[in-house]
Ligand binder design. Structure first.
Ligand SMILES: [Fe+2]
Length: 188
């Protein structure tokens, strides 16, 4: 038997993925603008501005029972009005599926919401480890001045349910007030 080199790599310092099975996607303000509450600030911003990107290593088909996906999300620094750049956020389609996140670089917040709408938030920094249980929606928010880079590992049959968030939203939004992150109630 011969030892082989893996055809895929992760740069452990930056989270950058390369090689076979790596797919990537980018979300711009034009695609995610509905997330932000300040519509005047949104219309004044360039819709091609990148809000976040995701690279993932998908060695199996989406929906494969028992498989795993591995990825790196990068949320850009920036705000729409006073609201920090963030990911759309999602429950998993198979709602019982959990996920790990870990902070690689930058500074931000992991906003978590259970099915009853109850929220909590964890600080994300280099080396912070976050277990997201099943039944909990998750959103990353960049509160810093540089990219927020976060690693993730989740079941390949978890899926993403964005509709529940689009319908209901998170009950809080994170804004910059006097230079500091501050949670305020989201208007319904
Ligand atoms: Fe997830």
């Amino acid at each position: 038997m011969k030892t082989e080199k893996s055809s895929s790599r992760v740069d452990v310092r930056t989270g950058k993925l390369s090689g076979e099975g790596v797919v990537s996607s980018v979300r711009t303000l034009g695609q995610t603008g509905g997330l932000f509450s300040d519509k005047a600030a949104l219309s004044a911003a360039d819709p091609d501005t990148v809000v976040y990107s995701v690279e993932s290593h998908e060695a199996t088909e989406a929906g494969t029972r028992g498989g795993l996906f591995f990825g790196t999300s990068t949320v850009k620094p920036g705000r729409v009005g006073d609201e920090y750049f963030m990911t759309k956020g999602h429950f998993h389609s198979r709602i019982e599926c959990a996920e790990y996140y870990w902070g690689i670089s930058g500074r931000g917040v992991l906003l978590l919401m259970d099915e009853s709408g109850s929220c909590r938030a964890e600080e994300v920094t280099e080396g912070s480890l976050h277990y997201i249980p099943g039944g909990v929606a998750h959103r990353l928010i960049n509160t810093g001045e540089v990219d927020l880079v976060v690693g993730a590992c989740w079941p390949s049959d978890a899926g993403h349910d964005y509709a529940a968030i689009a319908d209901r939203g998170f009950p809080v939004r994170l804004v910059c007030r006097d230079g500091e992150p501050f949670f305020e109630e989201a208007a319904r």
